[in-house]
Design a protein around this ligand. Structure first.
Ligand SMILES: [Zn+2]
Ligand SMILES: [Zn+2]
Length: 258
């Protein structure tokens, strides 16, 4: 068994999906424990193609935007499906504070009032506290976005670190959270950059992602949440210019060993 962390990208699309792609969804595995991080549209079908769902141990959501949560409904149907066995397993779904009422309102309006509870054991995390999930110790940092959003840092017992920036504009909190991490997964929603305008920033350019990773001293930088309509060479070059090292672009279906 790998001593490190295995990251499988199920989907990396932003809110407007790539051709044939899924929105945010990452499968994080270590020491026999498998965590789904975010569950945007299209992720459930990709997850079924990659994993026996009986092996799914937990789900964690960075924020409640639709491109990070919409497939919780079809996934809850799938987990409650009798094909999986007599008794639904209902893995824990760790969601941001306030998620319970948001899910109830949203699912209820669609005629699926109790659906999330059928597939998951819903729990709201306390972003101020450490969360222990299987072999992972998880810390959170609130990052600037259009709704409350939390970056997450996972560390294993042997000290391997993986940090996910969620969706965010440029900020110092994530620099602190990701200090010296082994792999930093950062959004580059706004393309190569530079950004123009002075309005509130809820997303990063690739150039800003590279700068943030450089300031954090991250050992590796993987860009995600970028549209397939951006030029990938330009994205990579812009991030490498500020990061100062090679940068990788997250690709659906690809595994990254941390
Ligand atoms: Zn978002
Ligand atoms: Zn997003």
């Amino acid at each position: 068994m790998s001593a490190g962390v295995d990251l499988l990208v199920l989907g990396k699309s932003p809110a407007a999906p790539d051709a044939g792609g899924a929105q945010s969804g990452y499968l994080i595995s270590h020491d026999g424990f498998t965590l789904l991080l975010d569950c945007g549209s299209g992720v459930c079908a990709q997850l079924r193609a990659q994993l026996d769902l009986e092996a799914l141990d937990a789900v964690l959501v960075s924020h409640l935007h639709a491109d990070h949560t919409l497939d919780l409904l079809p996934l809850s149907f799938t987990l409650a499906n009798p094909f999986l066995g007599e008794e639904p397993r209902r893995p824990p779904l760790w969601a941001p504070p306030g998620a319970r009422s948001v899910f109830a309102t949203f699912a209820g309006a669609l005629g699926m009032q109790d659906q999330i509870a059928q597939g998951f054991e819903l729990r709201e995390y306390d972003p101020a506290a450490e969360l222990r999930l299987g072999p992972f110790t998880i810390r959170f940092a609130e990052v600037p976005h259009y709704i409350p959003a939390w970056a997450v840092d996972l560390v294993t017992g042997s000290g391997t670190r993986f940090t996910f920036g969620a969706d965010c504009g440029p900020n110092d909190q994530l620099v602190a959270l990701a200090r010296d991490t082994d792999l930093l997964l950062l959004e580059a929603t706004e393309g190569p950059g530079p950004h123009s305008g002075s309005a509130f920033r809820g997303h990063l350019t690739a150039s800003e992602a590279g700068e943030l990773a450089h300031r954090a001293g991250a050992r590796r930088l993987l860009l995600t949440h970028y549209s397939d309509q951006w030029n990938p060479t330009e994205l990579r070059s812009a991030a490498e210019a500020t990061y100062g090292m090679d940068v990788e672009l997250a690709t659906a279906g690809i595994r990254y060993e941390v």
